[in-house]
Design a protein around this ligand. Structure first.
Ligand SMILES: Nc1ncnc2c1ncn2[C@@H]1O[C@H](COP(=O)(O)OP(=O)(O)OP(=O)(O)O)[C@@H](O)[C@H]1O
Length: 879
């Protein structure tokens, strides 16, 4: 092809010679007043010239570019007749050499096309000659160029797409776009081409494919704006490998409108009766020195025979499917854990056209924002990314903190489950359906780690992790990636917690990059993004890499609409904070369950010895005391006995309870109508029982609500079987018990005594009556509360009505006598008044309680222990 221009010039010279002959013949013909036929000599000259023109054309249109489009073409090799970047000529017409009406010699008219310019014909594709001609040109181009060398953007306002029907295979395989038949779609086509031209200003890679707008006719409504845009593309396109093949151009405009602009770098064919004329071409050498174009009329090139286009497109479409296919396994490296994270983390997330798309968490793009409407594939995208990362980097190089605030199981893939006990060794904490409190705890864990790293870097005399790792390979400092799905939940409420979360997030976003801490924040809603934005540009600006899935355009620049109509499995990746010029269209694969499971097992099998599963927090999960390892470890050999009540909503879900020692006030009150109150007393009693040798503690059980009976029954059975004296009492006996315990002189306490009172609010009323001496049971109760701990007597009571509890302890003056509270469904104002702290914030909710301990100033959200299945029963009276 190196001599293509020489061959073209030769053809031009021949053409000029032919033109001179035609002109001479015309003059002679006129002189003889049209009576004399062409002489034999003239005919011989035409035949010779036509032959030589055909030879010259054959040199510049090898193989598919010039061969007859008949059955023999099927045997031709595809993809070998043209090269990207070279000027490609194509057989576009048949020139007719000879006097008008006389015998003519035909020759192939090869016009310069891809790599240099455009071709336009003024009839649109409703003319069958034009339709066949266009198909032929497209077929030649597709078949001659290397596989993947041409992307066509079809436009067809003339036959509404039927022009391109034979090319359906390529459209279905997404090598070609779907034909645009409306003016809006035409505009989108022009947008894409213009973006290509704009992006090419910085130079184009040698393997960049051609982008060809092939229009069988412009759609109704296209006007001067679209014509001007086409003219601009015609002018600037070739340098960016953007070309035009237009039928119906220039269109015949309505009267009063100016003619559409002529297109630069374009060979124009214009109908003239049955034949067509050919203008000058984009080649440097003019066909005619005066710019008159081809001197003789032409017939448009013949159409391909039926079935030929399909026969060519079929293997190309199949090959394209293979080359552009993305599947989950394709994102994974052949060998796991071979990469170093010293300078950052990188993973392949999908394909950008045929090329793989790799994204990084490093100094340039330390944090990512991901957005997409529900169902757009955000969870799948995150799984692709996280499995890609955990497969490339070992747990020494990368650790994950995964937080999900929505209902869903996105991150369950990383944790052991009942059916699959494996986990991803990089996962340190996984929060599923997390509470905001848990989210804050994770952020604080990361902040602490950041401070630790800062100190270590300081000691080493460097300021960035990358510098530390460059000098020392003995430091274990994996990069930490925190993924927060539906992160905006952290900011809901605009309360203290929201402010604390925003502050923690901002600090991590600002400083994290230096210490190898990266954030990936994902959201379904624009309001999520707005929530972040309202926290100030200081956070938002730390996320230069935006990944917008369908409907996630809110994280892009306001003028950037590229994500509006994305299909599932596609994303706009933008590393310039959403600026429209920086869009990259990426397709990511579905996370097929079988492939994900295989990869998880690969990673799990390679886990380091002794690797522990991640600390999992599943917001919906019930917690039962008998499966708690901390409970099982309890023995009587304990210094300070604990009444365990649940698990803290914190990283690692630590077991929490109240120390019940001799300090005044060490009694527990559980408040709220929820039946979970009974379960908490049950759990506290069981845990205390494990800390006593049988026979060294008495359990006095009083129950005043039928709903608590099964709990009490189970409790007394368990205590009795464990060898602990356990006595059930009614209101009268409880009063007697209190009287005896209050009067230490008459009844010295010999063993630890635990008063377990279920629905104590009922007892409060019964205890308020005076006896014959004028003394009330409440007075005894208060004495026991006041002096009991010093004598090994503790009360653990469930008050369904907080006011009754307050009455029982004697109002605010008795607050110090019961230092340990667990609030269930008690209104915030009531609770705040009860404990005398108006800054307290408590939102009652299912499966949560607030633990308050006056003595160590604790206010901790907990998941209270419940009896198994408690939350399965909708009629259980829980919150
Ligand atoms: N690349 C893809 N190719 C094919 N199907 C996909 C792809 N990505 C996602 N899907 C499918 O689309 C559906 C929604 O995906 P996904 O659960 O990831 O969406 P989401 O944005 O996380 O939605 P939600 O926020 O509601 O959970 C799933 O059935 C998933 O299998």
């Amino acid at each position: 092809m190196a001599s293509a221009s020489a061959h073209f010039n030769r053809a031009v010279a021949l053409h000029r010679e032919a033109a001179a002959h035609v002109e001479a013949a015309r003059v002679e013909h006129a002189r003889q007043q049209g009576t004399a036929p062409a002489s034999d000599g003239q005919l011989a000259t035409y035949q010779r010239l036509a032959h030589e023109l055909n030879s010259a054309a054959a040199q510049i249109t090898p193989g598919w570019l010039g061969c007859p489009l008949d059955g023999r073409a099927r045997a031709r090799k595809l993809g070998v007749d043209a090269r990207l970047g070279d000027v490609m000529h194509v057989d576009a017409a048949t020139g007719l050499l000879g006097p008008r009406g006389g015998e003519v010699s035909e020759f192939a008219v090869a016009v310069p096309f891809l790599g240099i310019g455009h071709v336009a014909v003024d009839r649109d594709a409703r003319d069958p000659r034009v339709a066949g001609w266009m198909r032929g040109l497209l077929l030649r181009s597709v078949a001659a160029l290397p596989d993947g060398g041409l992307r066509v953007l079809p436009v067809d306002g003339a036959t509404l797409g039927s022009l391109f029907t034979p090319f359906r295979g390529l459209v279905d395989a997404q090598v070609w776009a779907t034909p645009a038949t409306t003016v809006d779609r035409l505009r989108a086509v022009l947008d894409e081409a213009e973006e290509r031209v704009a992006a090419a200003h910085g130079g184009i890679p040698h393997d960049m494919p051609y982008l060809l707008i092939a229009a069988g006719g412009l759609p109704v409504g296209a006007g001067s704006t679209e014509h001007a845009r086409l003219a601009a593309l015609a002018h600037a396109g070739p340098a960016a490998r953007v070309h035009l093949l237009l039928a119906g151009y220039p269109p015949t405009g309505a009267a009063g409108f100016g003619r559409p602009p002529r297109l630069d770098h374009t060979t124009h064919l214009a109908a003239n009766g049955d034949l067509f004329t050919v203008s000058e071409t984009p080649a440097d050498v003019p066909l005619d020195r005066q710019g008159g174009g081809l001197a003789c009329p032409v017939r448009l090139a013949d159409p391909p025979i039926d079935g030929l286009i399909e026969a060519v497109c079929h293997p190309l479409a199949n090959a394209a499917r293979t080359h552009t296919a993305v599947d989950f396994t394709g994102l994974m490296p052949p060998k796991i854990w071979t990469e170093s994270s010293a300078s950052g983390l990188r993973t392949v997330v999908g394909r950008e056209g045929r090329a793989w798309c790799e994204l990084a968490l490093d100094d340039a793009t330390p944090h990512w924002l991901v957005a997409g409407r529900t169902g757009a594939g955000k969870t799948v995208f995150l799984l692709d990314v996280l499995y890609g990362l955990t497969s490339r980097y070992s747990p020494d190089e990368l650790a994950l903190y995964l937080l999900d605030f929505k209902e869903g199981i996105s991150f369950a893939e990383f944790t052991p489950t009942e059916v699959d006990g494996s986990w991803i060794p990089h996962a340190r904490t996984v929060g599923i359906e997390s509470d905001r409190e848990y989210g804050l705890a994770v952020l604080r864990t990361l902040s602490r780690e950041m401070s630790r790293r800062a100190a270590e870097l300081k000691r080493a005399g460097v300021t960035r992790l990358v510098d530390l790792r460059a000098n020392r390979d003995d430091v274990a400092m994996p990069r930490l990636v925190a993924v927060i799905d539906e992160f905006q939940v952290l900011f809901t409420g605009n309360d203290v917690l929201a402010r604390q979360a925003a502050a923690a997030l901002e600090e991590l976003a600002r400083k994290g990059r230096s210490y190898g801490i990266h954030l990936i924040l994902a959201s379904q809603t624009i309001s999520g993004v707005e929530a972040l934005f309202t926290k100030g540009e200081s956070i938002f600006g730390q996320f230069p890499l935006r990944i917008a899935l369908a409907g996630g355009g809110g994280i892009l620049d306001a003028s950037n609409t590229a994500a509006d109509a994305l299909p599932v499995g596609s994303a706009v990746v933008n590393a310039a904070a959403g600026h429209p010029d920086a869009n990259r269209l990426v397709r990511f694969p579905n996370a097929e369950p079988a492939a994900v499971t295989t990869q998880r097992h690969r990673l799990w099998s390679a886990r380091p010895p002794g690797d522990a599963p991640p600390a999992v927090f599943a917001g919906y999960a019930e917690h039962h005391i008998d499966t708690d390892a901390a409970y099982r470890r309890l023995t009587p050999n304990i210094r300070r006995r604990q009444a365990l009540v649940g698990r803290a909503v914190d990283v690692g879900l630590p077991t929490v309870g109240f120390g019940l020692d001799a300090t005044p006030g060490r009694h527990v009150a559980v408040l709220g109508t929820s039946i979970v109150g009974a379960d908490i007393v049950h759990a506290a009693a069981l845990s205390l029982a494990r800390q006593h040798q049988p026979g060294t503690a008495r359990f006095v059980v009083a129950g005043f609500a039928a709903a608590a009976d099964p709990v009490i029954e189970h409790l007394t059975d368990t205590l009795t079987v464990a060898g602990h004296p356990c006595v059930g009492v009614d209101a009268a006996k409880l009063r007697a018990e209190l009287a005896a315990l209050a009067d230490a002189d008459t009844a010295p306490v010999t063993a630890h005594t635990y008063l377990l009172v279920f629905a104590a609010d009922v007892a409060t009323a019964a205890l308020s009556h005076k006896d014959s001496t004028g003394r009330t049971g409440l007075a005894d109760l208060r004495t026991v509360l006041h002096t009991g701990p010093g004598r090994g007597v503790h009360l653990i009571g469930w008050w369904r009505i907080a006011r009754r509890f307050s009455e029982a302890i004697g109002g605010s003056s008795g607050r110090e006598d019961v230092a340990c509270l667990v609030a269930l469904n008690v209104a915030n104002t009531e609770l705040a008044a009860l404990v005398g702290d108006h800054t307290l914030t408590w939102h009652p909710r299912t499966n949560r309680a607030l633990l308050l301990d006056r003595h160590d100033q604790r206010a901790q959200l907990i998941v209270p222990y419940v009896r198994p299945g408690r939350h399965d029963d909708p009629g259980d009276g829980t919150m």
